[in-house]
Ligand binder design. Structure first.
Ligand code: GLU
Length: 407
């Protein structure tokens, strides 16, 4: 939360907003903490902590993912919900921001346990979610299966099918074409734009990606197709370099549970992958990976943040001094929520788009945001992160001013 608040403080100061604005913008609007009981397959009953934070509803219903990870707590969930708020405003989606999760290691759950936990968590947060209130989506540790169970649990309770209550659903349940790859596609577009600004030819440009989950994998696939060279990838167990193609390394990691040990590759630690001599570094794992400790050794000229909050303020300052262009999380990984928005619109209209329409609209919204950030960074002489926060925060502040304070 300290990082997110520091970024907000800076944006509020740079925009010369009032103390009233700061008080409004720095406070989450609704927090729900729930106990989620789970009957394990062997009959034991365990309790897990669950959260849903609706940071802002000023510009529309709140929106954001659900994370299943053993380390999440309320503080981090609030910070991530705050980031969703600026992300949706930066991309001009008619949403506030939210985040939720359960403090559980999803890898330790059987499929049946995962389903029971997802359904019980959904039923605990049911009173505050809905297509007009707050729309969850996948995040770390959850995917389209969890979204299908969430949609079903909500719908059974409503008595009719409500596809628009979550996004990131399977296509047959009202999901959108292109949602699965959307975050990675957006990171790839941001990478190409970052290289353009730094005057580096994308053809043959070298890339290291920390994290090989939904974001890292689809980013790698998209960039490889665009002619860049993915030289290293990593997961929680470590990284590898020296492979021939992303498909090859994906096949190995699907079989064995990790990229580490793939035949013909050399192993790296997760810190070593950050320090490779590459054109682009893409942190696409968890928060706080680029810090005052790891930033000094970074050689990449462009960093594109696939993960949410991968860089601490101290790490950020070091990168800026080195002249590294950082395409910040709320811009670089916004492709996911942009296509979530398309999914929600399609569910509302019961009218579904072609893959080409999704691609074209994603491109248009993201490119507009990238150009606005680039322009603001130039005209205000601030970093891309500062520019992105200024744009997002100022839109929420303006909406708030126009709505006025009730009563
Ligand atoms: N979890 C993703 C994010 O952090 C997507 C959220 C959404 O689609 O609502 O942006």
């Amino acid at each position: 939360m300290a990082t997110a608040l520091a970024q907000l403080r800076r944006a509020v100061d740079q925009l010369q907003l009032s103390d009233n604005d700061w008080n409004t913008l720095s406070t989450p609007r609704r927090i729900l903490e729930v106990a989620v009981p789970l009957r394990r397959d062997d009959g034991r009953v365990e309790m897990y902590k669950g959260y849903r934070v609706q940071y802002s509803t000023t510009r529309g219903p709140s929106k954001g993912g659900v994370r299943f990870h053993q380390d999440i707590d309320l503080d981090e969930t609030v910070a991530l919900a705050m980031l969703m708020t600026w992300k949706c405003a930066l991309t001009n989606l008619p949403y506030g921001g939210a985040k939720g999760g359960v403090a559980v290691d999803a890898h330790t759950l059987s499929l049946a346990e995962n389903e029971r936990l997802t359904r019980r968590y959904t039923s605990e947060i049911l009173p505050i979610i809905g297509p007009e209130r707050d729309i969850p989506a996948p995040d770390v540790g959850t995917d389209e299966r969890n979204m299908a169970w969430m949609m079903d649990t909500y719908s059974v309770n409503a008595g009719f099918s409500v596809p628009g209550v979550v996004t990131g659903k399977p296509i047959v349940l009202g999901g959108s074409l292109g949602r699965t790859t959307a975050t990675g596609d957006g990171v790839a577009i941001s990478t190409i734009e970052g290289l353009r600004v730094r005057g580096i030819n994308p053809q043959g440009a070298t890339v290291a990606i920390q994290g090989f989950g939904k974001v890292g994998y689809w980013t790698a696939i998209a960039l490889e197709k665009m002619g860049l060279k993915i030289v290293a990838v990593s997961d929680v167990k470590g990284g590898v370099t020296g492979f021939k193609s992303v498909a090859e390394i994906f096949e190995y990691s699907t079989k064995t549970g990790s990229v580490v040990g793939a035949p013909g590759t050399d192993t790296l630690t997760n810190e070593e992958i950050l320090h490779l001599d590459v054109d682009v570094l893409i942190p696409a794992a968890l928060a706080d990976s680029i810090t005052e400790k790891t930033a000094p050794g970074i050689k990449a000229r462009v960093i594109v943040e696939g993960a949410n909050a991968p860089t601490t303020p101290e790490g950020d300052a070091i990168l800026n001094d080195k002249g590294v262009l950082v395409v910040p999380d709320i811009l670089a990984n916004s492709g996911g929520v942009i296509v979530s928005y398309f999914e929600w619109v399609q569910d509302k209209q019961n009218f579904f788009w072609t893959a080409a329409e999704v691609r074209e609209n994603l491109n248009q919204i993201l490119m507009k945001a990238i150009h606005e950030v680039e322009e603001t960074s130039k005209s205000k002489n601030v970093t891309w992160r500062e520019a992105a926060h200024m744009l997002g925060v100022s839109r929420v502040a303006e909406a708030h001013r126009l709505r006025g304070l009730y009563p």
